[in-house]
Design a protein around this ligand. Structure first.
Ligand code: FE2
Length: 317
């Protein structure tokens, strides 16, 4: 159609979408166009602001490579990833769920590790942590034979793929649940870490006066045919940034019971008090097993990056 005024543009774009023979594509794109055009009308977007927005999207792409995914980081910083997670799990948002964000640091092909083994693969500071995790179905029955990937950052705040100082695949492991649906492993107590702020996500956080920390957590990805692949994180309750996670990932259900142990017989001869234990039970929902696409595929080389830590601005009264 020939466009005469601003209202006609929306009509024209929606009308062209009708040519698609894919109903779901049509539904999604039509809603996107309606909301996008209405958004511009609502805020009266100026030409300069529009040009800045386009450049911003270009920068998200330019800041993404084999070892870093700015798109995932941006989605998290806007709370969009958590919204999608909660809309699609826990009986479609009705109940609590073990599902959480995948994050940008999952790698495929973690080293297969025996239950009880360690995922510390190069010298890593921090108190020892001994984890017992159970995987159950919705009726509480154990899920045996599930493959469980585990990954976490070092106490210095880096995933191994970001950090040339750590061994390849340090603090990552792949386990298989036993007949009780159980895995166990040794690691170090995770610490909170800053997300990179040298790209568009950093610009967004600075503008909003937000810090860039993620509270300490362990990542899990459990997979077994007949169940929806479980992507989860368990958060440490003593982290000061639990309520202001820069990625909005913390749900009450996933705050774990990390217990400090100051006395008794240490679980390994080289361990001295204090050490920590974590017991956690995950629920897997029935559904399709499907591994996500790994957000990154390679390990950083060269020098250890210095990631700036942004200070949080107090909220305006
Ligand atoms: Fe993480």
């Amino acid at each position: 159609m020939i466009i005469q005024n601003q209202k006609d543009v929306t009509t024209a774009v929606l009308s062209e979408l009708q040519r698609s023979d894919n109903a779901r594509f049509k539904e999604i794109m039509s809603a996107l166009v309606r909301h996008l055009h209405d958004f511009a009308r609502e805020v009266k977007l100026t030409e300069q602001e529009f040009q800045a927005a386009v450049n911003y999207i270009v920068q998200i792409g330019k800041h993404t490579n084999e070892t870093h995914n700015e798109g995932v980081l941006m989605s998290g910083a806007l709370g969009f990833s958590t919204l999608i997670c909660l809309l699609n799990n826990g009986d479609n948002g009705q109940t609590e769920t073990s599902q959480n964000l995948l994050g940008p640091f999952w790698r495929e092909y973690s080293p297969v590790t025996e239950n009880g083994g360690s995922i510390v693969r190069s010298p890593t500071p921090g108190p020892a942590l001994f984890v017992n995790a159970w995987f159950k179905d919705k009726t509480g029955r154990p899920i045996a034979g599930a493959t469980v990937d585990v990954w976490q950052s070092s106490t210095e705040g880096y995933y191994e793929n970001q950090d040339p100082v750590q061994a390849d695949m340090n603090l990552r492991g792949k386990f298989t649940t036993d007949k009780d649906g159980h895995i166990s492993f040794r690691s170090v107590k995770p610490a909170g870490y800053p997300i990179p702020v040298d790209g568009p996500v950093g610009a967004l956080l600075r503008k909003q006066g937000r810090h860039n920390m993620r509270p300490a957590h362990l990542h899990f990805l459990a997979d077994k045919a007949g169940f929806k692949t479980l992507v989860s994180q368990v958060y440490a309750p003593d982290d000061p940034n639990l309520e202001t996670d820069s990625q909005f990932g913390v749900t009450r259900h996933l705050i774990g019971d990390f217990v400090r142990q100051d006395s008794g017989t240490p679980p390994a001869p080289d361990v001295a008090a204090p050490w920590y234990t974590l017991d956690y039970t995950f629920t897997m929902e029935p559904g399709q097993s499907r591994l996500p696409r790994p957000p990154i595929t390679d390990k950083a080389r060269g020098d250890r990056p210095q990631i700036e830590r942004l200070r949080q601005r107090p909220a305006a009264a």
